[in-house]
Design a binder for this molecule. Structure first.
Ligand code: SF4
Length: 419
């Protein structure tokens, strides 16, 4: 169990779009950002629908121009999740978005730093109870008035950190910006401090979590393509979350934002920070023992499970019986492949032995049936989880069960008795 840092709670949304809380006792939320133009109203609405259907709790849109904030008045009534306006450079865009009914504003201290302008935005948000995210991005911070002095102070504090000078200026910028909000007694705040450097991200959020009790929006900015951005994002975000730091997350890829939502949810599910929705798929990496096209099968199973399975059934797709049964322990539904065939188990009970071409439909059929049993209360997830017995390959799969038995007996391991 991860023990989360105590923070203030911020709530965004309204009755029509639902309320999402960030921080306090609220679950960690997943957010993303549309990739298209906000002023292309129909496309923007369609993208928000897709991301919400994929599990996004909050969706952010860019509003660089007046035509974008003008579009919000038409977009907001058509969508069902809270929407955040991402504002850079022009504080008027924030005021227009607030007027249009936006649920949260993101300000970048790096490019909206005129105190009177920030105060105008704060006043408008306060009047409508709209929270503000202060997003200090390493790439867009600018020099503060007393930068040299504060940099020198903080530079010494962070001299042991990689990129300690950037960490120092991010913290200094945040402190300076927060002064304005504190002067206005405005605390409906979420903080982010993103960088492309995962180590800097971890250091920045760790330092901020020690200094302020505002909820934190975690993210790695410009993480790159999904293929490499996953590691770049998940390492720092996962590390911070495991340490109890982080109240809402956005993974960012140079790709369709639906992947940001999918990976963000998966990260929270595997850490036990949110209850899983849909099947959990376990699959072996394959090796020289494989006798079916497991990679293709796993991808097909993944796609089909996502379409039909609502309850968190644990499904295992294993290439053979050598490690399969042990590694599939805990699976509700499992398939062990062999010589162009597969044997399917449901909670320890062998239910089918089918040729390779029939594995996918047979496995899905068993998942559907098991889901119906769970939903009707006739079966429980995770029950009988250690009872999966390996099929005997001598008669059925032909890959040497006797040898496996002997090897395990030689090592003093106790084997399950085959029924
Ligand atoms: S389950 Fe079998 S095929 Fe898959 S990696 Fe393990 S030993 Fe290899």
């Amino acid at each position: 169990m991860i023990s989360r840092r105590k923070t203030r709670k911020v709530t965004i949304g309204d009755a029509a779009h639902g309320f999402v809380s960030i921080g306090g006792d609220a679950p960690v939320s997943v957010q993303t950002m549309t990739a298209g133009y906000t002023w292309e109203i129909d496309k923007c609405v369609a993208e928000i629908h897709k991301l919400a259907a994929g599990g996004a709790d909050i969706v952010r849109v860019a509003v660089p121009e007046k035509k974008d904030t003008a579009a919000l008045k038409e977009i907001l009534p058509q969508v069902s999740v809270p929407i955040v306006a991402d504002v850079h450079f022009h504080f008027q865009r924030a005021l227009e978005a607030i007027e249009a009914g936006i649920h949260k504003i993101r300000l970048n201290p790096g490019n909206i730093n005129d105190r009177s302008q920030v105060k105008e935005v704060i006043a408008a948000c306060k009047a409508r109870k709209i929270p503000i995210r202060i997003g200090v991005n390493e790439g867009s911070i600018v020099e503060r008035r007393d930068k040299q002095k504060r940099m020198k102070e903080l530079g010494g504090v962070f001299s042991h950190n990689k990129n300690g000078h950037l960490l120092a200026i991010m913290i200094a910028k945040l402190e300076e910006y927060l002064e304005v909000f504190q002067e206005e007694d405005f605390h409906d705040i979420v903080i982010s401090a993103k960088s492309i450097d995962p180590l800097l991200v971890m250091d920045a959020y760790s330092e901020i979590s020690k200094r302020f009790d505002y909820p934190l929006h975690l993210g790695v900015t410009h993480a790159g393509p999904k293929e490499t951005g996953t590691i770049r994002s998940v390492v720092p975000l996962g590390t911070l979350l495991c340490g109890g730091v982080g109240d809402t997350i956005r993974i960012s890829y140079a790709n369709d934002p639906i992947y940001e939502v999918q990976d963000g949810l998966e990260l929270l599910w595997v850490l036990g920070l949110r209850p899983r929705i849909g099947a959990e798929l376990i699959a072996c990496p394959t090796c020289g023992r494989i006798q079916v096209d497991l990679f293709k099968l796993v991808q097909e199973v993944r796609k089909e499970l996502a379409k039909e399975i609502r309850v968190p059934i644990k499904v295992a797709v294993m290439g053979c019986v050598v490690n399969g049964p042990g590694e599939a322990e805990g699976a509700d539904v499992a398939i062990f492949a062999g010589d162009r065939k597969g044997i399917i188990y449901v909670q320890g009970e062998r239910v089918a032995n089918v040729p390779e071409a029939e594995i996918l439909p047979a496995l899905l059929d068993e998942c559907r049936k098991f889901q119906a049993l769970v939903e009707s209360g006739k079966a429980r997830l995770g029950e009988k989880k250690v009872d999966i017995l390996p099929p005997d390959p001598i008669g059925e799969l032909g890959s040497g069960w006797e040898k496996i038995q002997k090897d395990k007996a030689d090592k003093g391991l106790i084997l399950p008795v085959r029924k």
